[in-house]
Write a protein that binds this ligand. Sequence first.
Ligand code: HSE
Length: 436
Amino acid sequence: MKSVKIGLLGLGTVGGGTATVLLRNRDEISRRIGCSLEVVHAAAHGIGQQTILDPAKCKLTEDGFEVVNNPEVDIVVELIGGYTIARELVLKAIENGKHVVTANKALIALHGNEIFKAANKQGVIVAYEAAVAGGIPIIKAVREGLAANRIEWIAGIINGTGNFILTEMKEKSRDFSDVLKEAQELGYAEADPTFDVEGIDAAHKLTILASLAFGIDLQFEKTFTEGISKITQEDVTYAEELGYRIKHLGIARKTAKGIEMRVHPTLIPEKRLIANVNGVMNAVLVKADAVGPTLYYGAGAGAEPTASAVVADLVDVARAMDTDKQSRVALLGFQPESISDIPVLDHDEFETAYYLRMLADDRPGVLADITRIFADQEISIEAVIQKEPQENQTCVPLILLTSVVVEKNMNAAIKQIESLDVIKGQVTRIRMEHLG
Ligand code: HSE
């Protein structure tokens, strides 16, 4: 049986999971593809301590360049993360004519245009299923399964750590930092956990999804990014009372004006399936013109779920590597010469509904002042709730839900509301989507 030779870069959580799955399911994988996948060279820091790969069959090194320069290697699997050395190694592997599989969302979101250009020039494949939503085959679904459709929007819970934190806050009223620590211990969180809690990891993934959905260049710098670090227990509770859940969503939407690319905490009606995706699980809802809405659910992080996507890419590459280059799936799902320059919208142009919370003096005319400002900005109010004043306080929390509004109008309204004497402190705003 023919053997496809793999060079593995990184033996951390995902690298270790990938080596384990490849060894454990070796026979089943060979039955599927008619050849065997053999890890022949691996690089990682402290690789001498590893216990998964057999040194009699696989060369071990601390230097990744030895792997990408090894003429025996057909496919380089990059699982070291980051985008400095990882970028150099991937570009070198491509230059050496090797196919690449990576789980590195930051690398693809920031340097994907350069990497894909180099790969197309060399006629090699770069596969990155594990870069978005861990084990969910969402890239294959959007790029191939939905290829008949015009995609209208995508909304996804695409950061497992963030979802785990929000779930624990809602269900067990647990402390933010305590839950984050647990996510780190379970191997879900990024090396720098601010990437998870400040939305950067989700923005990397959303950038990739938007390019796959709309056939545009990767434009991470234009993705609006807001994390969950400012979400309070109070907002989680009020949202629940109103029939909503707060989820951190990545949203890519094509409008008449351009493309919205945004990640932020979002109120969604609790009756939506995606509102009930809890813990470290991810889910991506795709609305397309022919098929309508489809929902993809599964583990978004963790060693073996992510390895599942990495190994599926290896299987794809092993099947396609000897085929005619023209008949392979384009790396972003659209032919490189057909990539569109449709503009990505500034956040001022986003259109979304809002949840607002503010502290106001409890006296006549306050609501009238607020509603006048909204009327001036053409903002329609859907619901208003006044809560009891908190202990020893004269101010009352006011919660408002609005209908869909252009973000610049909301910014202007919030500025005016915050300048009212009867309003104390800042207005808390959380965007709201009905996903209908
Ligand atoms: N830190 C990421 C998450 C890992 O929590 O979703 C998977 O990309």
